[in-house]
Design a protein around this ligand. Structure first.
Ligand code: HAM
Length: 418
């Protein structure tokens, strides 16, 4: 009797060939600008003490109150699969004393994150982010640099139809001045119990309510941007000045509140025009009180998380992701055992020099092997038979045009570079 098949859990994103190559390409594009700017890899556990997210991300957020994958481990500890990356980075930086060394601490990360959301296109229960965090510097120039790094990743991928939304959530002084008026305003609204409870923990959350009646109710609510302290206003003005100088365009969105409670000051989101409801392809901002809240010293921080799954969907929607980006440079078809041996040698030499080379094994007939070459999307193909080996010359065929040129085997590398 045949066994029943087992399916993946509902709502997870997974990538199998050939689309996994596109995914890899997207992830590499998004993270490359960070290492070029001196950020170093931080590799963290995917599960943490539940308390970290409760305290770090905030109990008024949907992420903590409704979406965490929390369970008790065999030792009776409450464990949560990480819903985001910033809290874990802070935990690790404090635990390993990185904040006692050279500042800012600049790290990047990439991996799976988990939120028990209702799955839909672009919204998954396990999804991928690449992110960076810069800790211990409150110079507005680093805000601009962090935003520029995210933007460079999207540009490297070839995305065009996205915009950057920007605001400032101010410092503690700005927020407490605003909170007085916001609470007065909220007291005039008829709120259901759950919403009132959320507002009591963090009244800013009401700006994030997606229900039409709430959007209407909040239309005249006082905006934090009008309550910025002098220091916060100046910081934000300097960030926008730097962004202008870098040629990075943005739209001010004073109603933006992000889905996590730790944000302060400069806050931003990248929104893609072709993705429908799940249009946020990345977001981030300052979190100047977070380290202290997690038991560390009082250091500021800023960072972002970019959604790799959504960036892939965006790249596909814009048609900017072609197989060329990750296909092999050369596909070798050996005919017979001796040729197979030489094909292996040629391939490994070219790979050492940085070329992507595939060899057709399995003694398929030439026609079938050519089909394989075609399917692989490789740029060039060569057939290696007895006559090629004895003359030391192959026909280098460009797959797209069908044009071929005679090339000495020893000069293949140079020919591929032409
Ligand atoms: P976030 O906005 O919650 O920020 O997530 C960042 C990005 O992850 C989103 O813009 C989106 O592209 C992607 N994302 C979030 N949830 C899902 C989902 N369910 N399915 C697919 N993609 C998703 C953070 O997580 C912060 N830690 C970013 C940050 C770093 N802020 C400062 N430093």
């Amino acid at each position: 009797m045949s066994q029943q098949k087992i399916a993946a859990p509902k709502g997870v994103s997974e990538y199998t060939p050939p689309r996994s190559s596109a995914f890899e390409h997207v992830r590499n594009c998004l993270i490359a600008p960070a290492s070029k700017a001196g950020y170093q890899l931080i590799e963290l556990p995917v599960f943490e003490d539940t308390e970290l997210f409760k305290r770090g991300v905030g109990e008024s957020t949907d992420v903590v109150s409704k979406e965490m994958y929390t369970f008790e481990d065999r030792g009776g500890r409450s464990i949560t699969l990480r819903p985001e990356g910033t809290a874990g980075v802070m935990r690790s930086v404090i635990e390993h004393g990185l904040d006692r060394g050279q500042l800012p601490v600049k790290v990047w990360y990439s991996g799976q994150f988990f939120r028990a959301e209702r799955p839909q296109a672009g919204r998954y229960r396990q999804f991928y982010q690449v992110g960076i965090e810069a800790i211990g510097l409150d110079d507005p120039a680093i805000d601009a640099e962090v935003i520029a790094i995210a933007d460079a990743g999207f540009k490297a991928l070839g995305l065009k139809q996205y915009r950057l939304e920007l605001t400032s959530l101010g410092d503690a002084q700005s927020r407490s001045a605003h909170k007085v008026d916001l609470l007065k305003f909220i007291a005039t609204l008829q709120l259901d119990e759950a919403t009132a409870a959320r507002a009591a923990i963090n009244p800013l959350r009401l700006f994030d309510d997606k229900r039409e009646e709430m959007k209407k109710a909040m239309a005249d609510a006082p905006l934090l941007i009008n309550y910025l302290s002098d220091a916060s206003r100046e910081h934000f003005a300097t960030v926008t000045k730097y962004l202008d100088a870098l040629g990075i365009s943005y739209q001010l969105n004073p109603r933006m509140v992000r889905g996590l409670d730790y944000y302060t000051g400069t806050t931003f989101e990248f929104v893609h025009d072709l993705l429908g409801a799940q249009s946020g392809i990345g977001g981030g901002g300052r979190y100047d009180g977070l380290m202290e809240q997690l038991g560390g010293q009082s250091l500021s921080g800023i960072g972002f998380g970019l959604g790799v799954d959504r960036a892939l969907l965006a790249a596909e929607a814009e048609g900017v992701i072609g197989q060329e980006a990750f296909a092999s440079d050369l596909f070798i078809i050996p005919l017979g055992d001796v040729a197979k041996l030489q094909a292996l040698t040629i391939a490994s030499e070219l790979r050492v020099k940085g070329k992507r080379v595939e060899v057709a094994f399995g003694d398929r007939a030439l026609k079938g092997a050519m089909k394989g070459a075609d399917k692989s999307g490789a740029t060039y193909v060569i057939v290696l038979g007895e006559s090629e080996m004895s003359s030391g010359t192959v026909e280098l065929k460009e797959m797209k045009s069908g044009a071929s040129t005679s090339v000495k085997i020893v000069s293949l590398f140079e020919a591929l570079n032409k």
